[in-house]
Design a protein around this ligand. Structure first.
Ligand SMILES: *[C@@H]1O[C@H](CO)[C@@H](O)[C@H](O)[C@H]1NC(C)=O
Ligand SMILES: *[C@@H]1O[C@H](CO)[C@@H](O)[C@H](O)[C@H]1NC(C)=O
Ligand SMILES: *[C@@H]1O[C@H](CO)[C@@H](O)[C@H](O)[C@H]1NC(C)=O
Ligand SMILES: *[C@@H]1O[C@H](CO)[C@@H](O)[C@H](O)[C@H]1NC(C)=O
Ligand SMILES: *[C@@H]1O[C@H](CO)[C@@H](O)[C@H](O)[C@H]1NC(C)=O
Ligand SMILES: *[C@@H]1O[C@H](CO)[C@@H](O)[C@H](O)[C@H]1NC(C)=O
Length: 439
Protein backbone atom coordinates (compact mmCIF):
# COMPACT_ATOMS: atom_id res chain seq x y z
CA UNK A 1 0.00 0.00 0.00
CA UNK A 2 2.79 2.39 0.88
CA UNK A 3 4.38 1.81 -2.49
CA UNK A 4 1.14 2.62 -4.14
CA UNK A 5 0.81 5.90 -2.32
CA UNK A 6 4.32 6.86 -3.26
CA UNK A 7 3.61 6.23 -6.91
CA UNK A 8 0.33 8.03 -6.64
CA UNK A 9 2.05 11.00 -5.13
CA UNK A 10 4.64 11.20 -7.88
CA UNK A 11 1.91 10.93 -10.50
CA UNK A 12 0.07 13.79 -9.00
CA UNK A 13 3.05 16.06 -8.78
CA UNK A 14 3.52 15.37 -12.46
CA UNK A 15 -0.12 16.03 -13.08
CA UNK A 16 0.03 19.37 -11.43
CA UNK A 17 3.02 20.41 -13.51
CA UNK A 18 1.46 19.33 -16.75
CA UNK A 19 -1.99 20.65 -16.27
CA UNK A 20 -2.82 24.21 -15.44
CA UNK A 21 -6.07 23.18 -13.86
CA UNK A 22 -4.51 23.42 -10.48
CA UNK A 23 -7.69 24.18 -8.65
CA UNK A 24 -9.10 20.75 -9.44
CA UNK A 25 -5.94 18.82 -8.98
CA UNK A 26 -4.75 20.43 -5.83
CA UNK A 27 -7.82 19.41 -3.93
CA UNK A 28 -7.12 15.82 -4.83
CA UNK A 29 -3.39 16.00 -4.30
CA UNK A 30 -3.80 17.72 -0.96
CA UNK A 31 -5.82 14.79 0.14
CA UNK A 32 -3.27 12.39 -1.21
CA UNK A 33 -0.40 14.14 0.48
CA UNK A 34 -2.21 13.82 3.76
CA UNK A 35 -2.54 10.13 3.13
CA UNK A 36 1.19 9.62 2.59
CA UNK A 37 2.80 7.32 5.02
CA UNK A 38 5.61 8.96 7.01
CA UNK A 39 8.21 6.49 5.78
CA UNK A 40 7.83 6.08 2.09
CA UNK A 41 9.09 2.99 0.36
CA UNK A 42 10.94 3.43 -2.90
CA UNK A 43 8.96 2.93 -6.04
CA UNK A 44 9.07 -0.57 -7.46
CA UNK A 45 7.87 -1.67 -10.85
CA UNK A 46 5.66 -4.29 -9.24
CA UNK A 47 2.60 -2.13 -8.93
CA UNK A 48 -0.36 -4.32 -9.73
CA UNK A 49 -1.89 -1.81 -12.08
CA UNK A 50 1.23 -1.56 -14.28
CA UNK A 51 0.70 2.15 -14.26
CA UNK A 52 4.00 3.85 -14.04
CA UNK A 53 4.55 7.52 -13.82
CA UNK A 54 5.84 7.45 -17.35
CA UNK A 55 2.73 5.76 -18.59
CA UNK A 56 0.42 8.24 -16.93
CA UNK A 57 2.43 11.11 -18.38
CA UNK A 58 2.13 9.64 -21.83
CA UNK A 59 -1.57 9.33 -21.33
CA UNK A 60 -2.00 12.88 -20.22
CA UNK A 61 0.10 14.32 -23.01
CA UNK A 62 -2.32 13.22 -25.68
CA UNK A 63 -5.36 14.76 -24.11
CA UNK A 64 -6.79 17.58 -26.19
CA UNK A 65 -7.05 20.07 -23.33
CA UNK A 66 -3.61 21.42 -24.16
CA UNK A 67 -5.20 24.09 -26.23
CA UNK A 68 -6.69 27.06 -24.41
CA UNK A 69 -10.20 26.64 -23.14
CA UNK A 70 -12.28 26.67 -26.27
CA UNK A 71 -14.77 29.21 -25.04
CA UNK A 72 -13.17 31.98 -27.05
CA UNK A 73 -14.41 30.82 -30.41
CA UNK A 74 -17.99 31.75 -29.90
CA UNK A 75 -17.89 34.56 -27.39
CA UNK A 76 -19.15 36.96 -29.98
CA UNK A 77 -22.56 35.31 -30.04
CA UNK A 78 -24.60 37.78 -28.09
CA UNK A 79 -27.47 36.47 -26.05
CA UNK A 80 -29.98 38.22 -28.26
CA UNK A 81 -28.62 36.49 -31.30
CA UNK A 82 -28.85 33.18 -29.52
CA UNK A 83 -32.51 33.74 -28.79
CA UNK A 84 -33.35 34.34 -32.41
CA UNK A 85 -31.46 31.43 -33.80
CA UNK A 86 -33.20 28.17 -34.36
CA UNK A 87 -31.68 25.37 -32.33
CA UNK A 88 -30.31 23.70 -35.41
CA UNK A 89 -28.40 26.81 -36.47
CA UNK A 90 -26.85 27.60 -33.15
CA UNK A 91 -23.50 26.12 -34.01
CA UNK A 92 -23.09 26.11 -37.72
CA UNK A 93 -19.70 24.42 -37.56
CA UNK A 94 -21.06 21.05 -36.50
CA UNK A 95 -22.59 20.65 -39.95
CA UNK A 96 -25.97 19.65 -38.56
CA UNK A 97 -24.43 16.91 -36.45
CA UNK A 98 -25.88 16.40 -33.01
CA UNK A 99 -23.89 15.11 -30.09
CA UNK A 100 -25.97 13.63 -27.32
CA UNK A 101 -24.44 12.88 -23.95
CA UNK A 102 -26.60 10.64 -21.82
CA UNK A 103 -25.37 11.36 -18.32
CA UNK A 104 -26.53 9.05 -15.55
CA UNK A 105 -25.44 7.01 -12.57
CA UNK A 106 -25.46 3.24 -12.23
CA UNK A 107 -28.82 1.51 -11.89
CA UNK A 108 -30.82 4.38 -13.31
CA UNK A 109 -31.83 2.52 -16.45
CA UNK A 110 -29.20 4.23 -18.59
CA UNK A 111 -28.41 1.16 -20.70
CA UNK A 112 -32.06 0.89 -21.57
CA UNK A 113 -32.43 4.57 -22.37
CA UNK A 114 -29.16 4.46 -24.31
CA UNK A 115 -30.79 1.91 -26.57
CA UNK A 116 -33.37 4.50 -27.60
CA UNK A 117 -30.49 6.19 -29.40
CA UNK A 118 -28.39 3.16 -30.27
CA UNK A 119 -31.36 1.78 -32.17
CA UNK A 120 -31.88 4.96 -34.15
CA UNK A 121 -30.52 3.44 -37.36
CA UNK A 122 -27.75 4.00 -39.83
CA UNK A 123 -27.29 7.69 -39.08
CA UNK A 124 -26.29 7.16 -35.47
CA UNK A 125 -22.92 6.37 -33.96
CA UNK A 126 -23.42 5.20 -30.39
CA UNK A 127 -20.86 4.43 -27.71
CA UNK A 128 -21.68 2.63 -24.50
CA UNK A 129 -19.63 3.75 -21.50
CA UNK A 130 -16.24 4.41 -23.13
CA UNK A 131 -15.09 6.12 -19.92
CA UNK A 132 -15.02 2.72 -18.24
CA UNK A 133 -11.43 2.38 -19.47
CA UNK A 134 -10.48 5.81 -18.18
CA UNK A 135 -11.94 5.26 -14.75
CA UNK A 136 -10.33 1.88 -14.40
CA UNK A 137 -6.89 3.20 -15.15
CA UNK A 138 -7.19 6.42 -13.15
CA UNK A 139 -8.86 4.80 -10.20
CA UNK A 140 -5.97 2.38 -9.93
CA UNK A 141 -3.46 5.17 -10.33
CA UNK A 142 -5.11 7.70 -8.07
CA UNK A 143 -7.22 5.43 -5.92
CA UNK A 144 -10.01 7.91 -6.40
CA UNK A 145 -10.95 9.31 -9.76
CA UNK A 146 -13.19 12.01 -8.37
CA UNK A 147 -11.91 15.46 -9.23
CA UNK A 148 -10.42 14.32 -12.49
CA UNK A 149 -13.49 15.23 -14.47
CA UNK A 150 -11.47 17.20 -16.98
CA UNK A 151 -9.87 13.99 -18.20
CA UNK A 152 -13.29 12.49 -18.81
CA UNK A 153 -14.32 15.65 -20.60
CA UNK A 154 -11.30 15.60 -22.89
CA UNK A 155 -11.81 11.96 -23.81
CA UNK A 156 -15.49 12.60 -24.51
CA UNK A 157 -14.65 15.62 -26.59
CA UNK A 158 -12.28 13.61 -28.75
CA UNK A 159 -14.78 10.78 -29.11
CA UNK A 160 -17.52 13.15 -30.20
CA UNK A 161 -15.05 14.25 -32.89
CA UNK A 162 -14.50 10.56 -33.79
CA UNK A 163 -10.95 10.61 -32.46
CA UNK A 164 -10.23 7.46 -30.47
CA UNK A 165 -6.57 8.19 -29.75
CA UNK A 166 -7.02 9.68 -26.26
CA UNK A 167 -9.23 6.73 -25.31
CA UNK A 168 -6.69 4.29 -26.73
CA UNK A 169 -4.18 5.39 -24.11
CA UNK A 170 -6.50 4.10 -21.42
CA UNK A 171 -7.30 0.74 -22.99
CA UNK A 172 -5.43 -2.11 -21.37
CA UNK A 173 -3.73 -4.01 -22.86
CA UNK A 174 -2.88 -1.18 -25.26
CA UNK A 175 -4.31 -1.55 -28.76
CA UNK A 176 -1.92 -2.98 -31.28
CA UNK A 177 -1.79 -0.79 -34.35
CA UNK A 178 -5.19 0.67 -33.36
CA UNK A 179 -6.74 -2.77 -33.13
CA UNK A 180 -8.11 -4.09 -29.85
CA UNK A 181 -10.24 -7.02 -28.71
CA UNK A 182 -10.72 -5.30 -25.34
CA UNK A 183 -13.10 -2.39 -25.88
CA UNK A 184 -15.58 -2.44 -23.02
CA UNK A 185 -19.06 -3.54 -24.11
CA UNK A 186 -18.36 -3.15 -27.77
CA UNK A 187 -21.34 -5.38 -28.43
CA UNK A 188 -23.61 -2.71 -26.98
CA UNK A 189 -22.89 -0.42 -29.89
CA UNK A 190 -24.67 -1.30 -33.11
CA UNK A 191 -22.26 0.71 -35.23
CA UNK A 192 -19.23 -1.11 -33.81
CA UNK A 193 -20.84 -4.44 -34.68
CA UNK A 194 -22.05 -3.45 -38.09
CA UNK A 195 -20.31 -3.43 -41.44
CA UNK A 196 -17.79 -2.10 -42.17
CA UNK A 197 -16.41 -1.91 -38.62
CA UNK A 198 -17.11 -5.55 -38.01
CA UNK A 199 -14.74 -7.65 -40.00
CA UNK A 200 -16.23 -11.13 -40.13
CA UNK A 201 -14.14 -13.97 -38.81
CA UNK A 202 -14.20 -17.69 -39.34
CA UNK A 203 -16.38 -19.85 -37.15
CA UNK A 204 -13.38 -21.29 -35.33
CA UNK A 205 -12.30 -17.93 -33.90
CA UNK A 206 -12.90 -17.72 -30.18
CA UNK A 207 -16.22 -16.52 -28.90
CA UNK A 208 -15.23 -13.39 -27.01
CA UNK A 209 -14.61 -11.41 -30.17
CA UNK A 210 -18.09 -11.67 -31.47
CA UNK A 211 -20.88 -9.19 -31.36
CA UNK A 212 -24.41 -10.29 -30.68
CA UNK A 213 -25.60 -9.72 -34.20
CA UNK A 214 -22.66 -11.30 -35.98
CA UNK A 215 -19.19 -12.66 -35.43
CA UNK A 216 -16.58 -9.96 -35.64
CA UNK A 217 -12.82 -9.89 -35.36
CA UNK A 218 -11.03 -7.58 -32.93
CA UNK A 219 -12.07 -3.95 -33.18
CA UNK A 220 -10.14 -1.87 -35.68
CA UNK A 221 -10.39 1.64 -34.26
CA UNK A 222 -9.38 3.19 -37.57
CA UNK A 223 -12.51 1.68 -39.05
CA UNK A 224 -14.50 2.83 -36.03
CA UNK A 225 -13.32 6.39 -36.67
CA UNK A 226 -14.30 6.15 -40.31
CA UNK A 227 -17.72 4.84 -39.38
CA UNK A 228 -18.15 7.57 -36.80
CA UNK A 229 -17.24 10.28 -39.32
CA UNK A 230 -19.76 8.90 -41.77
CA UNK A 231 -22.68 9.08 -39.32
CA UNK A 232 -24.80 12.14 -38.90
CA UNK A 233 -25.37 11.90 -35.14
CA UNK A 234 -23.36 10.75 -32.18
CA UNK A 235 -24.49 9.58 -28.77
CA UNK A 236 -22.40 8.58 -25.78
CA UNK A 237 -23.85 7.02 -22.68
CA UNK A 238 -21.89 7.31 -19.47
CA UNK A 239 -22.35 6.93 -15.75
CA UNK A 240 -18.93 8.35 -14.99
CA UNK A 241 -19.37 12.08 -15.40
CA UNK A 242 -20.33 13.26 -11.96
CA UNK A 243 -20.24 17.00 -12.23
CA UNK A 244 -22.03 18.77 -15.02
CA UNK A 245 -19.86 21.88 -14.70
CA UNK A 246 -16.78 19.92 -15.80
CA UNK A 247 -18.36 19.74 -19.25
CA UNK A 248 -18.55 23.44 -19.99
CA UNK A 249 -15.76 23.63 -22.55
CA UNK A 250 -17.05 20.48 -24.22
CA UNK A 251 -20.49 22.01 -24.61
CA UNK A 252 -18.95 25.23 -25.92
CA UNK A 253 -16.73 23.54 -28.49
CA UNK A 254 -17.86 25.19 -31.73
CA UNK A 255 -17.20 22.00 -33.69
CA UNK A 256 -19.85 20.21 -31.67
CA UNK A 257 -23.55 20.62 -31.07
CA UNK A 258 -23.88 18.98 -27.69
CA UNK A 259 -27.12 18.10 -25.89
CA UNK A 260 -26.94 16.69 -22.40
CA UNK A 261 -29.66 14.43 -21.08
CA UNK A 262 -29.33 13.79 -17.37
CA UNK A 263 -31.15 10.65 -16.32
CA UNK A 264 -32.15 10.36 -12.67
CA UNK A 265 -34.02 7.84 -10.58
CA UNK A 266 -35.44 7.57 -7.08
CA UNK A 267 -32.38 7.10 -4.84
CA UNK A 268 -34.26 4.50 -2.79
CA UNK A 269 -34.73 2.46 -5.96
CA UNK A 270 -31.09 2.94 -6.91
CA UNK A 271 -29.93 1.64 -3.55
CA UNK A 272 -32.26 -1.35 -3.70
CA UNK A 273 -31.05 -2.15 -7.19
CA UNK A 274 -27.37 -1.73 -6.36
CA UNK A 275 -27.71 -4.04 -3.39
CA UNK A 276 -28.72 -6.75 -5.83
CA UNK A 277 -26.43 -5.87 -8.74
CA UNK A 278 -23.25 -5.06 -6.81
CA UNK A 279 -23.83 -7.55 -4.08
CA UNK A 280 -20.29 -7.78 -2.78
CA UNK A 281 -19.75 -4.02 -2.59
CA UNK A 282 -22.99 -3.58 -0.70
CA UNK A 283 -22.37 -6.08 2.05
CA UNK A 284 -22.68 -3.43 4.74
CA UNK A 285 -26.07 -2.36 3.47
CA UNK A 286 -27.20 -5.94 3.29
CA UNK A 287 -26.16 -6.45 6.88
CA UNK A 288 -28.14 -3.36 7.88
CA UNK A 289 -31.10 -4.74 5.95
CA UNK A 290 -31.09 -7.69 8.31
CA UNK A 291 -31.84 -5.38 11.20
CA UNK A 292 -30.04 -3.10 13.56
CA UNK A 293 -29.17 0.56 13.58
CA UNK A 294 -27.59 2.25 10.61
CA UNK A 295 -24.80 4.47 11.96
CA UNK A 296 -25.20 7.83 10.30
CA UNK A 297 -21.51 8.52 10.33
CA UNK A 298 -20.66 5.38 8.47
CA UNK A 299 -18.60 5.81 5.31
CA UNK A 300 -21.23 3.98 3.29
CA UNK A 301 -23.92 6.41 4.35
CA UNK A 302 -21.63 9.33 3.57
CA UNK A 303 -20.93 7.91 0.16
CA UNK A 304 -24.64 7.61 -0.51
CA UNK A 305 -25.14 11.20 0.53
CA UNK A 306 -22.20 12.28 -1.62
CA UNK A 307 -23.68 10.56 -4.67
CA UNK A 308 -27.08 12.11 -4.10
CA UNK A 309 -25.59 15.55 -3.62
CA UNK A 310 -23.55 15.31 -6.80
CA UNK A 311 -26.57 14.32 -8.86
CA UNK A 312 -28.60 17.13 -7.34
CA UNK A 313 -25.90 19.77 -7.77
CA UNK A 314 -25.53 18.86 -11.45
CA UNK A 315 -29.31 18.94 -11.91
CA UNK A 316 -29.63 22.28 -10.15
CA UNK A 317 -26.97 23.69 -12.41
CA UNK A 318 -28.67 22.32 -15.53
CA UNK A 319 -32.11 23.49 -14.50
CA UNK A 320 -30.82 26.96 -13.66
CA UNK A 321 -29.98 27.28 -17.38
CA UNK A 322 -26.67 29.09 -17.37
CA UNK A 323 -25.89 30.60 -20.76
CA UNK A 324 -23.56 27.84 -21.77
CA UNK A 325 -26.25 25.20 -21.19
CA UNK A 326 -29.28 27.01 -22.48
CA UNK A 327 -31.43 24.60 -24.50
CA UNK A 328 -28.67 22.03 -24.19
CA UNK A 329 -29.75 20.38 -20.95
CA UNK A 330 -32.68 18.08 -20.24
CA UNK A 331 -33.54 16.25 -17.05
CA UNK A 332 -35.41 12.96 -17.37
CA UNK A 333 -36.70 10.70 -14.61
CA UNK A 334 -36.40 7.00 -15.24
CA UNK A 335 -39.84 6.50 -13.71
CA UNK A 336 -41.42 8.69 -16.39
CA UNK A 337 -39.68 6.69 -19.07
CA UNK A 338 -41.00 3.49 -17.53
CA UNK A 339 -44.52 4.90 -17.57
CA UNK A 340 -44.46 6.62 -20.95
CA UNK A 341 -41.49 5.28 -22.91
CA UNK A 342 -42.65 6.35 -26.34
CA UNK A 343 -43.62 9.86 -25.31
CA UNK A 344 -40.43 10.39 -23.38
CA UNK A 345 -38.31 9.00 -26.22
CA UNK A 346 -40.04 11.38 -28.59
CA UNK A 347 -39.32 14.28 -26.25
CA UNK A 348 -35.68 13.34 -25.95
CA UNK A 349 -35.28 13.09 -29.71
CA UNK A 350 -36.97 16.42 -30.18
CA UNK A 351 -34.73 17.99 -27.59
CA UNK A 352 -31.68 16.48 -29.28
CA UNK A 353 -32.78 17.78 -32.67
CA UNK A 354 -32.64 14.32 -34.19
CA UNK A 355 -35.55 12.82 -36.15
CA UNK A 356 -37.26 10.05 -34.18
CA UNK A 357 -36.69 7.14 -36.53
CA UNK A 358 -38.97 4.28 -37.40
CA UNK A 359 -36.37 1.80 -36.15
CA UNK A 360 -36.15 3.49 -32.76
CA UNK A 361 -39.94 3.45 -32.43
CA UNK A 362 -40.08 -0.20 -33.37
CA UNK A 363 -37.43 -1.07 -30.83
CA UNK A 364 -39.31 0.72 -28.08
CA UNK A 365 -42.59 -0.91 -29.06
CA UNK A 366 -41.03 -4.34 -28.90
CA UNK A 367 -39.08 -3.78 -25.73
CA UNK A 368 -41.49 -1.93 -23.50
CA UNK A 369 -44.72 -3.74 -24.25
CA UNK A 370 -46.11 -0.44 -25.38
CA UNK A 371 -49.28 -0.70 -27.42
CA UNK A 372 -50.40 1.72 -30.05
CA UNK A 373 -54.03 2.51 -29.49
CA UNK A 374 -56.53 3.34 -32.19
CA UNK A 375 -56.26 6.99 -31.25
CA UNK A 376 -52.58 6.94 -32.13
CA UNK A 377 -51.62 7.59 -28.53
CA UNK A 378 -49.09 5.26 -27.03
CA UNK A 379 -49.86 3.67 -23.73
CA UNK A 380 -47.68 1.41 -21.70
CA UNK A 381 -49.03 -1.74 -20.24
CA UNK A 382 -48.96 -1.70 -16.50
CA UNK A 383 -46.16 -4.19 -16.43
CA UNK A 384 -43.46 -1.77 -17.50
CA UNK A 385 -44.05 0.65 -14.66
CA UNK A 386 -44.59 -2.23 -12.26
CA UNK A 387 -41.05 -3.34 -13.05
CA UNK A 388 -39.81 0.11 -12.15
CA UNK A 389 -41.55 -0.12 -8.75
CA UNK A 390 -40.35 -3.55 -7.73
CA UNK A 391 -37.81 -2.02 -5.38
CA UNK A 392 -40.59 -0.97 -3.01
CA UNK A 393 -41.00 -4.56 -1.99
CA UNK A 394 -37.32 -5.41 -1.72
CA UNK A 395 -35.94 -2.51 0.31
CA UNK A 396 -36.49 -2.66 4.06
CA UNK A 397 -38.29 0.38 5.40
CA UNK A 398 -35.37 1.27 7.68
CA UNK A 399 -33.08 1.62 4.66
CA UNK A 400 -35.66 3.66 2.80
CA UNK A 401 -35.66 5.97 5.83
CA UNK A 402 -31.89 6.35 5.72
CA UNK A 403 -32.04 7.28 2.05
CA UNK A 404 -34.81 9.78 2.74
CA UNK A 405 -32.73 11.33 5.44
CA UNK A 406 -29.48 11.77 3.55
CA UNK A 407 -30.93 12.23 0.05
CA UNK A 408 -33.89 14.38 1.11
CA UNK A 409 -33.06 17.50 -0.94
CA UNK A 410 -32.36 15.37 -4.01
CA UNK A 411 -35.67 13.54 -3.66
CA UNK A 412 -37.56 16.80 -3.22
CA UNK A 413 -35.99 18.33 -6.29
CA UNK A 414 -36.95 15.38 -8.47
CA UNK A 415 -40.40 14.88 -6.98
CA UNK A 416 -39.99 11.58 -5.15
CA UNK A 417 -42.42 11.34 -2.25
CA UNK A 418 -41.28 10.40 1.22
CA UNK A 419 -42.95 7.55 3.08
CA UNK A 420 -43.50 7.60 6.84
CA UNK A 421 -44.25 3.95 7.39
CA UNK A 422 -43.77 0.57 5.83
CA UNK A 423 -47.46 0.21 4.94
CA UNK A 424 -47.21 3.18 2.62
CA UNK A 425 -43.95 1.96 1.14
CA UNK A 426 -45.48 -1.29 -0.01
CA UNK A 427 -48.95 -0.02 -0.86
CA UNK A 428 -49.09 -0.20 -4.64
CA UNK A 429 -52.04 2.12 -4.89
CA UNK A 430 -49.99 4.97 -3.47
CA UNK A 431 -47.71 6.58 -6.02
CA UNK A 432 -44.35 7.80 -4.78
CA UNK A 433 -43.92 9.99 -7.81
CA UNK A 434 -45.08 13.59 -8.03
CA UNK A 435 -46.10 14.68 -11.48
CA UNK A 436 -43.43 17.13 -12.33
CA UNK A 437 -41.92 18.59 -15.44
CA UNK A 438 -38.47 20.06 -15.58
CA UNK A 439 -38.17 22.98 -17.91
C1 LIG B 1 1.20 -6.12 -15.92
O1 LIG B 1 2.52 -6.49 -16.19
C2 LIG B 1 2.76 -7.86 -16.06
C3 LIG B 1 4.25 -8.11 -16.29
O2 LIG B 1 4.85 -7.01 -16.86
C4 LIG B 1 1.89 -8.62 -17.07
O3 LIG B 1 2.10 -10.01 -16.92
C5 LIG B 1 0.42 -8.29 -16.83
O4 LIG B 1 -0.39 -8.92 -17.80
C6 LIG B 1 0.20 -6.81 -16.85
N1 LIG B 1 -1.15 -6.49 -16.47
C7 LIG B 1 -1.91 -5.67 -17.16
C8 LIG B 1 -3.28 -5.44 -16.60
O5 LIG B 1 -1.55 -5.12 -18.17
C1 LIG C 1 -18.46 40.98 -32.58
O1 LIG C 1 -19.34 41.14 -33.66
C2 LIG C 1 -19.64 42.49 -33.95
C3 LIG C 1 -20.63 42.52 -35.09
O2 LIG C 1 -21.59 41.55 -34.94
C4 LIG C 1 -18.37 43.25 -34.31
O3 LIG C 1 -18.64 44.60 -34.50
C5 LIG C 1 -17.35 43.10 -33.17
O4 LIG C 1 -16.14 43.68 -33.55
C6 LIG C 1 -17.14 41.63 -32.86
N1 LIG C 1 -16.28 41.52 -31.71
C7 LIG C 1 -15.27 40.69 -31.69
C8 LIG C 1 -14.50 40.63 -30.42
O5 LIG C 1 -14.99 39.97 -32.63
C1 LIG D 1 -12.75 10.82 -3.52
O1 LIG D 1 -12.52 12.20 -3.51
C2 LIG D 1 -13.66 12.99 -3.26
C3 LIG D 1 -13.30 14.46 -3.34
O2 LIG D 1 -12.46 14.71 -4.41
C4 LIG D 1 -14.21 12.64 -1.87
O3 LIG D 1 -15.39 13.38 -1.64
C5 LIG D 1 -14.53 11.17 -1.83
O4 LIG D 1 -14.96 10.82 -0.54
C6 LIG D 1 -13.32 10.34 -2.21
N1 LIG D 1 -13.71 8.95 -2.30
C7 LIG D 1 -12.98 7.96 -1.78
C8 LIG D 1 -13.49 6.58 -1.97
O5 LIG D 1 -11.93 8.16 -1.18
C1 LIG E 1 -7.66 -1.19 -39.89
O1 LIG E 1 -8.40 -0.53 -40.88
C2 LIG E 1 -7.65 0.35 -41.68
C3 LIG E 1 -8.61 1.09 -42.59
O2 LIG E 1 -9.29 0.24 -43.42
C4 LIG E 1 -6.62 -0.43 -42.45
O3 LIG E 1 -5.83 0.45 -43.24
C5 LIG E 1 -5.73 -1.17 -41.46
O4 LIG E 1 -4.83 -1.99 -42.15
C6 LIG E 1 -6.57 -2.01 -40.53
N1 LIG E 1 -5.70 -2.53 -39.50
C7 LIG E 1 -5.49 -3.83 -39.36
C8 LIG E 1 -4.51 -4.23 -38.32
O5 LIG E 1 -6.06 -4.65 -40.05
C1 LIG F 1 -44.32 -8.54 -16.68
O1 LIG F 1 -43.28 -8.71 -17.60
C2 LIG F 1 -42.36 -9.72 -17.27
C3 LIG F 1 -41.29 -9.71 -18.32
O2 LIG F 1 -41.06 -8.42 -18.78
C4 LIG F 1 -43.08 -11.05 -17.20
O3 LIG F 1 -42.16 -12.03 -16.83
C5 LIG F 1 -44.20 -10.97 -16.20
O4 LIG F 1 -44.92 -12.17 -16.19
C6 LIG F 1 -45.12 -9.81 -16.53
N1 LIG F 1 -46.10 -9.66 -15.46
C7 LIG F 1 -47.38 -9.42 -15.70
C8 LIG F 1 -48.26 -9.27 -14.51
O5 LIG F 1 -47.83 -9.32 -16.83
C1 LIG G 1 -53.44 1.56 0.34
O1 LIG G 1 -53.72 2.92 0.11
C2 LIG G 1 -55.03 3.20 -0.26
C3 LIG G 1 -55.15 4.66 -0.61
O2 LIG G 1 -54.61 5.47 0.40
C4 LIG G 1 -55.96 2.79 0.91
O3 LIG G 1 -57.32 3.04 0.54
C5 LIG G 1 -55.76 1.32 1.18
O4 LIG G 1 -56.51 0.95 2.31
C6 LIG G 1 -54.30 1.02 1.44
N1 LIG G 1 -54.11 -0.42 1.54
C7 LIG G 1 -53.50 -0.99 2.53
C8 LIG G 1 -53.36 -2.47 2.48
O5 LIG G 1 -53.06 -0.34 3.47
Amino acid sequence: MKTKYAIVFICFVALVIIEKEINIISRVSDRLIKRQSPHQTPQTPQDESNITQKHLLTVLKVLPSKRPASQGNRTNFSEEQDEELDDSDMYSYSGGRKHVLLMASTRTGSSFVGEFFNQHGENMFYLFEPLWHVERMLATAANNATGLGWIYRDVLQALFLCDFSPLEKFISPPPNNHVTPALFRRESSLSLCDEPVCSPVNKDVIERYHCKIRRCGPLNLTLATQSCLSKQHHTIKTVRVRQLDTLQSLVQDPRLDVRIIQLVRDPRAILASRMVAFSSQYKTWKAWAQGGQVPENDEEVKRLKGNCDQVRISAEMGLSQPDWLRRRYMLVRYEDIARYPMEKAEEMYKFAGIPFSFQAREWILTNTQTTKEASGIYSTQKNSSQQAEKWRFSIPFTLAQVVQKVCGPTMKLFGYKFVDDERTLINKSISLLEDKSFY
